[in-house]
Design a protein. Sequence first.
Length: 392
Amino acid sequence: MTDLAATHLFSPLTLRGVTLPNRVVVSPMQMYESEDGFANDWHLAHLGRFAMARAGLVFTEVLCVEPRGRSTYRDCGIWKDEHIAPLRRIAELLRRCGTVPGAQIGHCGPKAARQKPWDGLRPLGSEDAAKGEPPWRPIASTDEPSADGYHVPEALSLQEIARVVDAFGQGARRCAAAGFDVLDIHAAHGYLIHTFLSPVSNKRADAYGGDRKGRMRFALEIAEAIRVHWPADKPILFRLSCIDRYEAGWEMADTLALAAELRARGIDAIDCSSGGIRGANSLAAFDRIGGPPPGYQVPFAAEIRAKLGMATMAVGLITDPHHAESILAEGQADLIAIAREALYDPNWPLHAAIAHQGKQDSQRQFAYWPPNYGWWLQYREKQQARREAARR
Ligand SMILES: Cc1cc2nc3c(=O)[nH]c(=O)nc-3n(C[C@H](O)[C@H](O)[C@H](O)COP(=O)(O)O)c2cc1C
């Protein structure tokens, strides 16, 4: 029987003025259930499940800072003040469960105007238009599509760049008004910010392109705009595709340089993802060679932490609670994010607690669970134990 307080996974972490009760984070996951960008009861129930399971930090899916930044008509948004109220209800539920409420904001850039994954993930076309969902022209750093057959995006003008930077700042302001305590900026997976960072996609000849300094400018201006509108006592994470997995693409040395600049602008941690600059999704590069191995992005989190001493979040096929613990114990990351595993087992944090405590002490195995569930399960356990004893 391990005391949970002795584990890394169930130890608190303080970032600025916010203390997470444990290191389990539910990663942002788009649900494609919104109308006009509004969160609704689907999102409340979806995110509430993870909070009732005592995840330390639960992120909303990406909240798009502009309507044209939506990947589908059903994406959630944060482009108008009216979006705040239903999000506030979610933040309040998470907090009531003891979970820190987090929001992710972003802009899908050239991956906008698509079908839902289970409808094919293709760019919207005439058939979709006939069903009332006409395509719109996405934006990017450069007017090149991010995958074969995808829409040709419009390269952002300098004037439009300033507008989008402001939209990120306003999105952060609305997330603060909704009561979220942690913000994650989506700068990965071939979305808008990533198209500026990567030399694969950024072919601009102005101050926002060219060398690494130019390509980083847009991301850094966004970080600055967000820090103006986001409370000084609340932390911000930046989600990066740490490497492009593409020839002559964005590499780890670029990520280290960017992370240092982001830290200087008040970003507290790097959320370490990868891929997505070309192809339908961030895992497309693995399609040729089979799926990625467990913890495939952990080395990026470890390298940033080791070389910069900056906090990091590891994500990507972390499913085993003992693996999660070892990543933290070996100093490879500060936070463990789970996405698909949370869909498979929304009670993952509670099951991870049992996995670490061991089942030997059946009278205490539900001690970490919310008493609303744990008391009854403990009672059932006691009765089973008595029944066993009587049978012997
Ligand atoms: C249904 C689903 C929706 C996702 N939506 C987002 C999103 O809104 N923002 C984001 O940054 N990543 C998104 N991702 C990526 C996940 O956050 C995560 O990085 C990825 O799934 C790898 O973690 P996993 O192996 O634990 O699933 C999504 C993943 C899934 C499965």
